[in-house]
Design a protein around this ligand. Structure first.
Ligand code: ZN
Length: 262
């Protein structure tokens, strides 16, 4: 087990300088009894788990995940803490997405190659590729986030960007599928930004002379090109940037405002 200073330094590094206390609330360190302490405090505070069993307990008892498949496989505790913190932030901001069944489990892809992460509307689970089980998963996640942020595909370079992104799909599903007023406002904002960045053209994942221009337009808006793909990716990228970046774009802040009905 790492000492307290050790893990703090590590988490500070892997989260790209963003404080784990960040927008979601205060972080408690190393509570001996996670559940009891949280009850005593009676306010939402994220608690770093010191080992994978505590992380699992926290995910089930405090975050109310139905299943903890990825934790059961024995992932690195820093990755587990990052995943839990992301779910904590999303719940703290958008409400009871786990209790309502929009996020039931965090799991690993089976028989899927070359897929990084996914939110499944069929079973309400977030899936990751098998890299998530590696001891050095956190380094890989950081590297992938930096590469994708650099070319303009992702709206932040945070290690846990993809976790927030996939959770963002769950929020989209709840807020936009269930509320036409919110949904219409999102479509309006998306259409406006799409036009500013891609014009009257068809979004493409292929890199060509046109998309290079659009990628650069998206960067000028401090947003990601991938987030222009459709309304669902727009919301997922906005939510990820809102939590993962020290300097989220106006787009991201506006999307969160709309989702909160403000
Ligand atoms: Zn997505």
């Amino acid at each position: 087990m790492l000492g307290e200073a050790g893990i703090d330094a590590l988490l500070g590094m892997v989260t790209g300088g963003i404080s784990l206390a960040g927008k979601g609330g205060k972080v408690l360190k190393y509570a001996d009894d996670v559940g009891d302490l949280a009850k005593k405090e009676k306010t939402a505070k994220f608690i770093l788990a010191k080992d994978i069993d505590s992380a699992k307990k926290y995910a089930k008892n405090e975050l109310k995940l139905e299943k903890t498949s990825v934790f059961d496989k024995g992932i690195n505790v820093d990755v587990a803490n990052g995943i839990n913190k992301a779910i904590f932030d999303i719940k703290n901001t958008f409400g009871n997405v786990t209790e309502k069944g929009y996020i039931k489990d965090v799991s690993v892809f089976r028989n899927v190659k070359n897929s990084y992460a996914k939110y499944s509307i069929n079973d309400g689970s977030i899936y990751f590729g098998e890299y998530i089980l590696d001891d050095d998963a956190i380094n890989k996640m950081k590297e992938i986030a930096e590469i994708n942020n650099k070319w303009g595909g992702w709206s932040s370079n945070n290690t846990f960007h993809s976790v927030y992104h996939e959770l963002g799909h769950a929020v989209y599903r709840e807020k936009c599928a269930m509320n036409s007023e919110i949904s219409e406002k999102i479509v309006d904002l998306y259409s406006k930004k799409y036009y500013n960045i891609v014009g009257n053209n068809q979004w493409t994942k292929n890199i060509n002379a046109n998309s290079i221009k659009w990628i650069s337009n998206a960067k000028k808006e401090n947003f990601s090109y991938y987030g222009l793909r459709n309304e669902n990716e727009f919301v997922a990228e906005a939510i990820a940037q809102y939590f993962c970046s020290d300097n989220p774009s106006d787009i991201s802040k506006e999307v969160v405002k709309i989702l909160l009905g403000e």
